[in-house]
Design a binder for this molecule. Structure first.
Ligand code: NAP
Length: 343
């Protein structure tokens, strides 16, 4: 494979105020980096776009991550091919899972790379066989612990995490109600993912429709979005309900807390009266103990067609900023991945 002299990359140009603008990103062309002894030069084939990147763009990033510096390359999980190796563990042409971020070429000493072997669909290492799916697995099975016949509700139901949550819940014998943005996503959740019901959160009266779709109440609510969806779920929780708190993407662009009455007492009363287990988790904490069982189980489920994840593939690194902005507004349909040219 030929090596270009130029590395095209996208850096953080300015910190967003609220919703990011494309001007918060800068496209640059710089020389391809040199490869020190013991390192490898990587070409990015696929770049994962994920909601956590939004927090990293702030000066004060969430505690589990770090703030990206201005002019730093935007971070991100990637599938790469090794195009020049000075490291005996890798040879040219190897496929690896890496953290190259939003750029065409990068250098690694190999320590942060995971060999992928020969995968038919390498992009799956960023989705159904990767971090988002692992998040669904740990959050649902370890915290949500759905039992046969229980009702599981999941929002962002066709997204990378949510689609997998719902399918694992079905495998556990639960009844699954998805909540998604728009009729196409809801049809997909019903017809392709096998959910029992799906509600469009953009339509009015979500609370009433949720009550109709969960006649026996809600035993597990897998929290991905927060906001109005969480408010609709709260009164429907059963005694002993579990809420894996995975994310609250509807607020990631907010600069301040939303105005309105103080809802904390209502939340606390519900958690207490219903003996709810409401537990936040960060997937990085679980690789050492749970990744192997995830790999085994998910590999089997995917091979048997019991779990699938639609990929929303965007071509061209230059389209990453607008695709990322769209992710925070629900414009993606499935796992959002940027595909870069192979040469
Ligand atoms: N705790 C962890 O370690 C961890 C790890 C990975 C991901 N996460 C979290 O998991 C959640 C899902 O992430 P993902 O990667 O799977 O993304 P995703 O679901 O593929 O994409 C984000 C989805 O969120 C929904 N959304 C966006 N803005 C919304 C709004 N204002 N109101 C309601 N829904 C909105 C949209 O779905 P609809 O159009 O269907 O509404 C959008 O497609 C995020 O909160 C993310 O931060 C947490």
């Amino acid at each position: 494979m030929s090596q270009s002299e130029t590395n095209r990359r996208i850096v953080l140009a300015s910190r967003p105020k609220g919703t990011p603008a494309t001007s918060d990103f800068r496209f640059e062309q710089v020389p391809t980096p040199d490869v020190p002894e013991g390192s490898v030069l990587l070409r990015t084939l696929y770049l994962s776009l994920d909601p956590y990147m939004r927090g990293m763009m702030n000066e004060r990033a969430p505690a589990y991550t770090r703030s990206i510096a201005i002019a730093e390359v935007m971070p991100g999980g990637t599938v790469n091919s090794v195009i020049s190796s000075g490291n005996p563990r890798y040879k040219n042409g190897d496929l690896v899972l890496g953290n190259a971020g939003w750029q065409e070429f990068s250098v690694s000493n190999g320590k942060d790379l995971l060999p992928l072997g020969a995968l038919d669909h390498p992009s799956r290492a960023l989705g159904v066989l990767g971090m988002p799916s692992f998040t669904a697995y740990v959050g649902l099975l370890d915290i949500g612990q759905p039992k046969p016949g229980e009702t599981v509700v999941v929002a962002a139901a066709t997204g990378a995490v949510g689609a997998v949550v719902g399918q694992i819940a079905k495998l556990q014998g639960a009844r699954v109600v998805g909540i998604a943005g728009g009729p196409d996503k809801c049809s997909y959740a019903l017809e392709q993912l096998g959910f029992d019901a799906c509600l469009d959160h953009r339509q009015p009266d979500l609370g009433k429709r949720l009550a109709a779709a969960s006649p026996e109440g809600i035993d597990v609510y897998f929290e991905n979005v927060g906001g109005a969806v969480f408010e609709a779920v709260l009164p429907r929780l059963n005694v002993g309900a579990r809420i894996p708190l995975c994310g609250f993407v509807s607020s990631y662009n907010d600069e301040n807390l939303p105005p309105g009455p103080n809802r904390v007492p209502l939340l606390q009363r519900t958690l207490l009266e219903k003996r709810v287990r409401f537990q936040g988790f960060i997937i990085l904490d679980h690789y050492a103990t749970r990744f192997e069982s995830f790999r085994r189980d998910m590999g089997e489920w995917v091979a048997k067609g019991q779990v699938k994840l639609r990929e929303d593939i965007v071509d061209g690194l230059e389209n990453a900023p607008s695709a990322f902005i769209g992710l925070l507004e629900g414009k993606n349909f499935g796992k959002l991945i940027v595909r870069l040219p192979t040469e």
